[in-house]
Design a protein around this ligand. Structure first.
Ligand code: CA
Length: 230
């Protein structure tokens, strides 16, 4: 995955690009709108709206006019941007400065999955059986074993685990999980998600599910590698 980072503030751009490289992305950094619109193809663009040469909104429109590349807008609170404006600009999501790095990575993952740009989403999410060694899950029989012992899950617990297991190691946003496992028109309490996560942890192991507080959850690839919360 090749990311284009458009950010004129080097105190933000440098640690951001270093972090994204560590996450396994290839990263191109530019500091102006003019460079952004003339940069080559990217799989996703992180676009700061406050640029020195061009209005970030115009850059966003120009990028969108050129291609369907997913765009995540980075705004300062003072930009007072709303979802409607973003949709008009053609952006796929946005983060407000100051943002947490883990949250940004989760949002990048969510946008790439939603727009179908992620290479890994297709095959793994349609596989009927998932085998992590310690955990096995079969969608056809709806059976789950942990260390070869069968675990009894409720239907929603199974759906939740199957969703997380389809993309092991990825942090899924709370909204994304609720939309997929419950219903896109779910208006109930989001506490429901926390209750199901807690009961899943009791059944498959406390360190098996990684929490990013206020952001989302992911299934740990190796139980022991997870601290449970980070
Ligand atoms: Ca800026």
């Amino acid at each position: 995955m090749h990311l284009l980072v458009v950010e004129d503030d080097l105190s933000i751009a440098e640690p951001l690009c270093a972090g994204l490289l560590r996450e396994g992305f290839s990263v191109q950094h530019v500091a102006t709108g003019a460079e952004a619109t003339s940069a080559g193809d990217a799989d996703l663009v992180l676009l700061d709206l406050g640029l020195p040469d061009l209005d970030g909104r115009a850059v966003c429109r120009a990028l969108r006019a050129e291609s369907n590349v997913p765009i995540i807008v980075v705004t300062a609170r003072s930009d007072e941007i709303d979802r409607v404006t973003l949709l008009e600009l053609g952006a796929d999501d946005y983060v407000v400065k100051p943002f947490g790095f883990r949250e940004l990575v989760a949002r990048i993952g969510a946008v790439l999955r939603r727009t179908g740009a992620s290479e890994t989403s297709g095959a793994s999410s349609t596989a009927s059986a998932i085998d992590l060694g310690w955990l096995r899950l079969d969608r056809r029989t709806r059976r789950v074993t942990v260390d070869d012992d069968e675990v009894a899950l409720t239907p929603k617990e199974f759906d939740l685990l199957a969703f997380l297991a389809a993309d092991v190691g990825t942090i899924h946003l709370r909204d994304e999980i609720i939309r997929d496992v419950w219903d896109e028109n779910w208006w109930g309490s989001t506490k429901t998600l926390d209750v199901h996560i807690a009961s899943l942890r009791k059944k498959i192991g406390a360190t098996s599910i990684v929490t990013v507080r206020g952001v989302g959850f992911g299934l740990a690839e190796h139980r022991d590698a997870a601290s449970g919360e980070r």
